[in-house]
Design a protein around this ligand. Structure first.
Ligand code: CP
Ligand code: NVA
Length: 306
């Protein structure tokens, strides 16, 4: 039987995501009450990292342990993955020894090749193109704090990177709008973002115009992992794309600020905004844990009634 994977945001339907968020709420409440919940007893998650991580590693490892299972960390430096073993061979072997695999890698094509040779579910823990687990947490956080996201406006200021692409896919699934402002030369590529169309996003030359009237303002680093060689050019090109107090004022008064973290204060966001009253970045980071526990439950057990 072909396993179900989570490789990009739209791999789950709106209805499945609603169920996933219901389970997230249930799992989070139980965790906050210090009540044990061990449905994944004896199950093993393998986590493969070809790039650095704090939140993704910690939330998957802690989450798997909290669900009664265990997690094994592999990286390219000290496994055969870094010495040229074909990804298809690695997938065959790793998936015979584990129940679920999470991968953080470079091109989306790598994770797709791994998944097509895996006997167990594969989760995208970030690729150059997408970061679906992050946007699960972000949307869950918005709903938790402000209610349904359908019909709302999300302002994306900065690079049209993996996190931006995933917001754009999520907008199609949840029917909200994304106002994107990037410097010239860094615009959204709808095909790379895996979009069905262009109905759910609008591009703005001026970031102030993108944030005007938004319900949620968000950004990310100017230079993502894997693009370090472009850092100098990017810092120059993105200098006017910092989310600051003025931009937050242009958004709705009740707008929230999100950032997937790690953040560079003074670059893509001012210290005032990330540390300010509209910022929900710590709740957003925490929700990675809860939403990914619901994701692991969904992929390994299926639907569970709350
Ligand atoms: N947001 C996020 O994925 O953080 P890490 O790179 O620390 O995992
Ligand atoms: N866009 C960033 C996200 C880090 C969590 C990167 O890919 O480096």
């Amino acid at each position: 039987m072909t396993p179900r994977h989570y490789l990009q945001f739209r791999d789950f339907s709106r209805e499945e995501l609603d169920t996933l968020f219901e389970r997230t709420r249930w799992i989070k409440d139980k965790f906050k009450r210090y009540e044990a919940y061990h449905p994944l007893h004896d199950r093993t998650l393998v986590m493969i990292f070809e790039k650095a991580s704090t939140r993704t590693r910690l939330s998957f490892e802690a989450g798997m342990q909290q669900l009664g299972g265990s997690a094994i960390y592999l990286n390219t430096r000290d496994s055969q993955l870094g010495r040229g073993e074909p990804v298809e061979d690695a997938a065959q072997v790793i998936s015979r020894m584990s129940d679920v695999v999470m991968i953080r890698t470079f091109e989306q094509e790598i994770i797709e090749r791994f998944a097509s040779h895996s006997r167990v579910p594969v989760i995208n823990g970030l690729t150059n193109e997408y970061h679906p687990c992050q946007i699960l947490a972000d949307i869950y956080t918005f709903i938790e704090q402000r209610g349904p996201i359908q019909g709302k406006t999300v302002a994306w200021v900065g690079d049209s990177n993996n996190v931006c692409n995933t917001w754009l896919q999520a907008a199609e699934v949840f029917d909200f709008n994304v106002h994107v402002s990037t410097p010239p030369g860094y615009e959204v590529e709808p095909e790379r973002a895996g979009l069905y169309g262009t109905d759910h996003f609008e591009e703005f030359a001026d970031p102030m115009d993108a944030t005007r009237g938004a319900d949620l303002v968000t950004t990310d680093v100017w230079t993502s992992m894997g693009f370090e060689a472009e850092n100098e050019a990017r810092c120059k090109a993105f200098a006017d794309w910092q989310v600051d107090g003025e931009m937050m004022k242009a958004a709705k008064a009740e707008a929230v600020f999100m950032h997937c973290l790690p953040a560079h204060r003074g670059e893509e966001v001012s210290a005032e905004v990330i540390g300010g009253p509209q910022s929900v970045v710590w709740d957003e980071a925490e929700n990675r844990l809860h939403v990914q526990k619901a994701l692991l439950e969904f992929l390994l057990i299926g639907r569970v009634k709350s």
